[in-house]
Ligand binder design. Structure first.
Ligand code: 5CA
Length: 446
């Protein structure tokens, strides 16, 4: 994309309404625009990052054997009357009437609807195990929407639902989600720690939240200092292998890590004092096992191998897709702006032309742009008639991890400059070598 033709409405001033750095930077970098409390338009660059995050979520869900579908945002109230949650959900649920005076709602989650789909189409244990998921907008009429996309009213969630014959099978699905989430967050450059949590309105007795450590997080967290160092890395995981998946979950959940809801001071105090950490975290996902809570209420049953009919075992699993943009920025920024991890960056690399209008630099900038594009990458070429300082400030603000700077002086020596946004370090090299380096950097991310 050529910046001269793009729509990147950056703000010079700090927006007064933003209390935390991620909200401030998303507004300043022209990624979102508020339309009502907790409701945002996703401007082109924000939308691009949202799509990159969605793509990673899809890839990791599919890797774990889960199947995508798409359910609507609007739901009939009657489904929720069946589960008993229509009255329980309270004022967080946005209730709507259609022209026939029928009660509808904007879905805050989809346990009821997915159970309805299941009972309409599945009869036998032979169709199990089954995990269906979607990435769809949700609405929760939060009492205090704040921090931009972090606590919105309308927000994008990946929600998945497993259907299994036995409790053991459902617990394997739970573990499978835990492991696939670990890789999902790691690909986004995040350390998200699974912490034992409380289940709230979803229900069930087994649940973990995934928390990204950040001072601006809404949850208080207590953990062993060794936990954040745990990494899944590029281990190949066989998601059908129960023991292997369970062993990984054990590795990640044995050391102490809990939210304030489940914190136990006595157990915490058994950790050596120098390893006891108290901090704050952003909840970027949660997994639940709730057994037959919805299937019993809604009559979702399957036949067993010996011909009985039993309610199907279930769990649900959510990732806060739009919240993740805020969480990633909270975890990765400096005083100049955002620093995108390679896995989610809106553009792979920026190209700054220091002397727009000069035949030599224009040709070199165009050449780099074409070469990167031809290599399947997505560069952002700052070809505006602007001062160098303004161009650098924009690049630093929007946070592309790599920048190639093209100027007449370097070109005189046959070189351009490749700069890392994270370290600020620059290296001179030929334009061809710079392209080759960017291609190499992104190879693991494609
Ligand atoms: N049905 C279950 C799992 S699919 C469920 O709704 N879980 S949840 O309530 O924990 O939501 C899943 C994730 O959505 C949360 O971990 C959080 O990251 C995100 N989320 C929840 N509320 C909001 C909100 N108001 N704004 C942005 N993200 C949110």
């Amino acid at each position: 994309m050529r910046l001269s033709r793009y729509f990147l409405p950056v703000l010079k001033e700090n927006p007064a309404e933003a209390q935390i750095v991620s909200h401030r930077l998303m507004l300043r970098a022209g990624m979102i625009k508020q339309q009502a409390a907790g409701i945002y338009s996703w401007l082109p660059m924000g939308y691009k990052v949202l799509k990159r995050i969605e793509q990673i979520v899809h890839e990791e869900q599919i890797r774990a054997g889960h199947i995508p579908l798409l359910m609507p945002t609007l739901q009939p109230a009657d489904l929720w009357r069946e589960s008993g949650r229509y009255d329980d959900y309270g004022q967080e649920m946005l209730r709507i009437k259609d022209r026939h005076d029928r009660d509808m709602l904007y879905g805050p989650t989809n346990e009821e609807m997915i159970t309805d789909i299941f009972r309409a189409h599945v009869e036998s244990y032979k169709s199990l195990p089954l995990t269906l998921y979607h990435i769809q907008w949700k609405f929760r009429d939060e009492i205090r929407p704040r921090f931009g996309v972090m606590r919105g009213r309308e927000f994008l969630m990946k929600d998945g639902y497993n259907f299994d014959l036995t409790r053991e099978d459902a617990l394997h699905a739970y573990n499978r989600h835990m492991v696939s989430y670990l890789r999902t967050y790691e690909r986004m450059g995040l350390t998200a720690i699974p912490m034992r949590a409380a289940s709230g309105p979803i229900g069930g007795d087994n649940t973990h939240e995934f928390l990204v450590l950040a001072d601006t997080g809404e949850s208080e967290v207590f953990y062993d200092a060794q936990v954040p160092a745990l990494k899944l890395g590029d281990r190949a995981v066989d998601f059908d292998n129960r023991d292997e998946v369970a062993a990984i979950c054990e590795e990640f959940t044995t050391l102490y890590a809990r939210t304030d809801e489940t914190h136990d001071e006595a157990v915490f105090n058994q950790i050596p004092e120098e390893r006891r950490c108290v901090g704050r975290g952003i909840e970027v996902g949660q997994i639940f096992y709730f057994g037959t809570k919805y299937s019993e209420a809604m009559g979702a049953t399957v036949t067993t191998p010996d011909g009985k009919r039993v309610p199907v075992e279930m769990g649900s699993h959510g990732i806060g897709v739009s919240r993740l943009l805020g969480a990633i920025i909270e975890a990765s920024h400096d005083d100049k702006g955002i620093i995108w991890p390679e896995g989610v960056t809106p553009f792979h690399c920026g190209i700054v032309n220091l002397k727009q209008g000069d035949a030599g630099t224009d040709a070199a900038g165009d050449g780099l742009y074409k070469a990167l594009t031809a290599a399947g990458l997505d560069p952002l070429y700052d070809d505006r008639e602007e001062r160098a300082g303004a161009k650098f400030a924009t690049m630093d603000l929007i946070g592309l991890p790599w920048r190639i700077t093209v100027g007449p002086r370097g070109l005189g020596n046959g070189v351009v400059e490749l700069t890392s946004r994270r370290t600020g370090e620059s290296e001179e090299m030929s334009p061809e070598a710079a392209v080759a380096r960017i291609v190499e950097i992104y190879a693991p991310h494609r």
